[in-house]
Design a protein around this ligand. Sequence first.
Ligand code: IPD
Ligand code: CA
Length: 251
Amino acid sequence: MASNDELLLLAINTARDALKLLEQAIGKPNSLEYTFLEVLPKEIKANIDLELEALILSRLKPVGLPMISEEAGDIKGSTENGLRWIIDPLDGTANFVRKLGGSAVSIALWNRDFPVFGVIGEFPSCSLAWGGKSYGSFFDGKRIHVSHFRKRDQSILCTGFPSRFEFVSTRTNRFWEMLSSFGKVRMLGAASISLLQVASGKADAYIEEDIMIWDVASGLAILEGAGGKYKIIPGQHLYSYFVEATNGNLE
Ligand code: IPD
Ligand code: CA
């Protein structure tokens, strides 16, 4: 079995190649075609989601570990050591296809319920971030750290409305209450990029309800490696969670 360091290198190289595919896709109208799903009306799927996933899975499959990937779901593998890949081929599909903001390739390795490492390939910058609790965290090779802000009303929250968010008053009221305790609120359109901002000290917290594990798996690993803290509580759907991630200093 490959060591975790070898798996990290594989994930980094795979994310690099996936970014190259994204660069090429921007010039191909066919890759940018997308639809809103009938079964999940606020979810967008594009051809590029599947093209990227095929590339990433073909690279990671030979290792033989189980995988959870957004488009393919559960993929079986050896469960001996508790390790599994958690992949979002493209986080921020809407941003990518509409050229609206950042999107990301996200590849994480978890051991049972805990992150080992995460790799985020950011687009269009094509920057690479990676890290984990026992590695520290890095953005284009430079060490990153969370911020030191303590007061919520003077800090910045990144959040979002996941596709599965129910727009009913009990949930929207709770959401407004949570937003109102922060000084500034941003919605960047990609959970992994939001977590990366917290890990880099540019924002101080990320909170999202019923977000899918593949959206946050790599970001949580990188956040931990940068000194942040998080809590995740199972949500209303298979693989959805309430996630609160902070610099670890907020009161
Ligand atoms: C979405 C983004 C967004 C979050 C949604 C996710 P996708 O990921 O992470 O920030 O609010 O819940 O679905 O669908 O573009 O992979
Ligand atoms: Ca996705």
